[in-house]
Design a protein around this ligand. Structure first.
Ligand code: CA2
Length: 145
């Protein structure tokens, strides 16, 4: 049974209560419920969100001892800033899909660069929270070979 970990970076705990024009009106808890009710058959999901970069890095490191078969990550602002998150993701050597709720290419110029995209199996941006479901489907297809 493939295990997939869904990681969400800083400020995504505010989903559904601020900036609904950009990020929609679904909360992070609701997103978890929606994804759990539509999981590709046989997939086992876990979720983690933090506003602290070191906590995110340590959560990624735990995958060395307790591996999963796939990672979905919305690194949020760390997408554009964090070599440390990139290095941690490289270290776990696990297929990952990068998700952004908004289209990062249609916003400020600084959002166009990602430290994660070139180490990802796929990048999904601008599909709203449905991007997470697309990411699970992408991993599912990849894991089935
Ligand atoms: O579009 C995305 O998913 C982003 O990863 C979201 C990040 C942003 O820094 C990236 O450039 C693109 C920001 C997350 C902030 O989340 C909020 C959610 C609701 C209200 C306020 C912030």
């Amino acid at each position: 049974m493939p295990k997939v970990l869904i990681l969400n970076g800083p400020n995504l705990n505010l989903l559904g209560c601020r900036e609904p024009n950009i990020y929609g009106s679904t909360s992070l808890d609701d997103l978890e419920t929606i994804l759990r009710s539509n999981i590709p058959p046989g997939m086992q999901l876990s979720f983690f969100q933090t506003n602290h970069e070191g906590e995110m890095i340590e959560r990624i490191h735990r995958l060395i001892e307790a591996p999963v078969q796939g990672v979905v990550i919305n690194p949020a602002a760390w997408t554009h800033t964090s070599v440390a998150i990139r290095d941690a993701l490289i270290a776990i050597n696990t297929p990952l899909v990068e998700v952004h709720i908004s289209n990062i290419h249609a916003r400020e110029a600084f959002r166009r660069h990602s430290y994660v995209s070139d180490i990802a199996l796929a990048v999904i941006a601008g599909c709203g929270i449905q991007g997470y479901a697309f990411a699970l489907e992408t991993l599912n297809q990849h894991l089935k070979g």
